[in-house]
Design a protein around this ligand. Structure first.
Ligand code: AMP
Length: 482
C-alpha cells in the first residue's frame, strides 16, 4: 500500500515524501483510513512504530479540507495531549513538518518555560495545539485558550499519562472540550485503566493493534552483561571506548544516578550530559540537541525524561540499570531500531536486578543473550535475597503493571518463540479488549509465588493504611520530573 492509496491530499503527500517516507508503516496503514472515515480509534502502538503520523496525517487531511471551504480565523480544532514535554516537542515537530504546505498553524505548550510567549502565539490563533496537561490547564484557567470548538482530541501515550498521575488533569480537560468530537486514543498497552478510560471517552471506536515492538522486533538486538554493581561504570566506559560508539543513550533509574554517571564519563574523556526532571527545560533541550548533533557522545536519561526522544539511526541504548517496571524496558529499547533501522540494546545487570531481568524476559517472551566481556563481566548472577526482592517486586505490582506472568523464577531459555510483528486490525463497533495471556505456574515456583502474593497483599494493606505508599511515591516522583 502507498500513501497515495490511503487518499491523503497532495500537499501532505509532498511533505511526507520530503521526510523520506516511501510507504506507510503498519499502524499508519490501519489507522489512517479509520480516522479519515471519521471514527474514534483506540490504537495499541508504541513509540517507534510511526504512530504520530498515523494520527496526524488523517487529522491534517480532514482539517485542511475544512480550511479550504470555510475562510475563518484560526481557532483550536485539534488538541493533542502528551505526558511529557519531550514528547510534546517531538509531536509538534512532526506536525509542523507534515503540515508545511497546508494553511494550518500549530503550537506546542508545556511547562518549565515562560508562559508569555505561548500566550502570544495562542492570541494570534492556531488550529492545532500539542500540550502537556498542567500548562494547558494553566492557560485555560487564565482564559488564554478556548477549547470549546475542538473537533479532534488525541491522547498520545495514554498509558504513560495515567502512570504519571495525570488522570485528574485529563478529566478536567475532557470536561471542557465538546462532547461531539473525534477522539483518537493511543497507548502502548491495553491495561484495565486504559480500558476504563476509553469506555468513557470513545464512541463506537475501532481498535487497531500493532503487536509490541519488543523482543520480537528483529531491528533491535538485545544483550545482557552480568556485572558487579561497582564495575558497571567501568564496563560502560570500556564498551563506549572500545566500540567507538559516538551516540549512545544510557538509562539510569534515578536522577542522581544520571548526574553521577555523566560526571564519571566526562572525567573518562567521554562527552556526556544528563537529562532528567530536575534539569531546567533549557538544559534538557540543550542536552538533547547536543546529543542529536553528536556534539556529545552520551546522553544519560531517566525514563520519563527520555520519553519522546526520537533520533533517527540511534544505534545504541544501554540500560545502566534495569527498570523495576518491565514495560519501561520495552519503551527504553524502542529508542533504537526505529523506522526500519537496526539497533543494539545492552543491559548491565547486577545480582540486585536478577528478578527485574526475569520479569522483563517474561514480558517480552524471550530470553536475552548473555554476553561476556573479558575482565569485566561475571559468568553468572548470584540469586539475591528473596525477601528483599519480594518487597521491591510487590512495589511493581502495586503500580498495577500486568504481572500475572511472574510465576516462574527460573531463567528459562526456552520460554516461547518471539511474536511476529504483525498487525491486527479489529474493526469492531464495540470495544472488546484482547485477552490477557497467562503463563502457567510450575510446581517448583508455587511456594515462592504464594510468598510473593502474601507480600503483595501485605504491601497493599500497608498502602491503604499509610498514605505515603509506594504507588503515591512513584506518582510524586513522576510528577517531579514533569
Ligand atoms: P513515532 O512512532 O511516531 O515516534 O515514529 C518513529 C519514527 O519513524 C520517526 O522518526 C518518524 O519520522 C519515522 N516514521 C514515521 N512514519 C514513517 C514511514 N512511513 N516511513 C519511514 N519512517 C517513518
Amino acid at each position: 500500500m502507498t500513501f497515495t492509496e490511503l487518499g491523503l491530499n497532495q500537499d501532505i503527500l509532498k511533505a511526507i515524501e520530503e521526510q523520506g517516507y516511501t510507504q506507510p508503516t503498519p499502524i499508519q496503514e490501519q489507522a489512517i483510513p479509520i480516522v479519515l472515515d471519521k471514527h474514534d480509534i483506540l490504537a495499541a502502538a508504541q513509540t517507534g512504530t510511526g504512530k504520530t503520523a498515523a494520527f496526524t496525517l488523517p487529522l491534517l487531511d480532514t482539517l485542511s479540507k475544512k480550511k479550504s471551504t470555510v475562510k475563518e480565523k484560526h481557532y483550536v480544532k485539534a488538541l493533542v495531549l502528551t505526558p511529557t514535554r519531550e514528547l510534546a516537542s517531538q509531536v509538534a515537530e512532526n506536525i509542523e513538518a507534515y503540515s508545511r504546505y497546508l494553511p494550518l498553524k500549530s503550537a506546542v505548550i508545556f511547562g518549565g518555560v515562560g508562559i508569555n510567549p505561548q500566550k502570544a502565539i495562542l492570541r494570534k490563533g492556531v488550529d492545532i495545539v500539542i500540550a502537556t496537561p498542567g500548562r494547558l490547564l494553566d492557560l485555560v484557567g487564565q482564559k488564554c485558550i478556548d477549547l470549546s470548538r475542538v473537533e479532534f482530541f488525541v491522547l498520545d501515550e495514554a498509558d504513560r499519562m495515567l502512570d504519571m498521575g495525570f488522570i485528574h488533569d485529563m478529566k478536567k480537560i475532557i470536561a471542557i472540550i465538546p462532547k461531539h468530537r473525534q477522539t483518537l486514543l493511543f497507548s502502548a498497552t491495553f491495561s484495565d485503566e486504559i480500558k476504563k478510560l476509553s469506555e468513557g471517552l470513545l464512541n463506537n471506536a475501532k481498535i487497531v493493534e500493532v503487536e509490541r515492538r519488543n523482543a520480537s522486533s528483529n531491528q533491535v538486538s538485545q544483550v545482557v552483561h552480568y556485572v558487579n554493581k561497582d564495575t558497571k561504570k567501568h564496563l560502560l566506559s570500556h564498551l563506549i571506548s572500545e566500540g567507538k560508539w559516538n551516540q549512545v543513550l544510557v538509562f539510569t533509574r534515578t536522577k542522581h544516578g544520571a548526574n553521577k554517571l555523566a560526571e564519571f564519563l566526562n572525567k573518562e574523556g567521554i562527552t556526556a550530559a544528563a537529562i532528567h526532571g530536575n534539569k531546567s527545560q533549557g538544559a534538557r533541550t540543550k542536552a538533547l540537541s547536543n546529543f542529536k548533533s553528536k556534539d556529545i557522545r552520551v546522553l544519560v536519561a531517566t525514563d520519563i525524561a527520555a520519553r519522546g526522544i526520537d533520533i533517527a539511526l540511534l544505534p545504541h541504548v544501554v540500560n545502566f540499570e534495569l527498570p523495576n517496571v518491565s514495560e519501561d524496558y520495552v519503551h527504553r529499547i524502542g529508542r533504537t531500531g526505529r523506522a526500519g533501522n537496526e539497533g543494539v540494546a545492552m543491559s548491565l545487570v547486577c545480582s540486585d536486578e536478577y528478578f527485574f531481568l526475569t520479569d522483563i524476559e517474561k514480558l517480552i517472551k524471550k530470553s536475552i543473550d548473555v554476553v561476556p566481556v573479558e575482565g569485566f563481566t561475571l559468568p553468572k548472577l548470584a540469586k539475591p535475597n528473596i525477601q528483599k526482592k519480594t518487597n521491591e517486586r510487590s512495589n511493581n505490582r502495586a503500580k498495577n503493571k500486568p504481572n500475572n506472568d511472574s510465576n516462574s523464577r527460573s531463567r528459562s531459555r526456552t520460554n516461547s518463540s518471539p511474536e511476529k510483528n504483525k498487525v491486527e486490525s479489529k474493526n469492531k463497533t464495540n470495544i472488546k479488549f484482547p485477552e490477557k495471556k497467562r503463563v502457567s505456574k510450575n510446581d517448583e515456583s508455587k511456594s515462592l509465588i504464594s510468598k510473593w502474593e502474601n507480600e503483595v497483599k501485605k504491601q497493599k494493606d500497608n498502602e491503604t493504611k499509610n498514605p505515603r505508599n509506594t504507588r503515591n511515591r512513584r506518582i510524586t516522583n513522576a510528577s517531579k520530573t514533569r
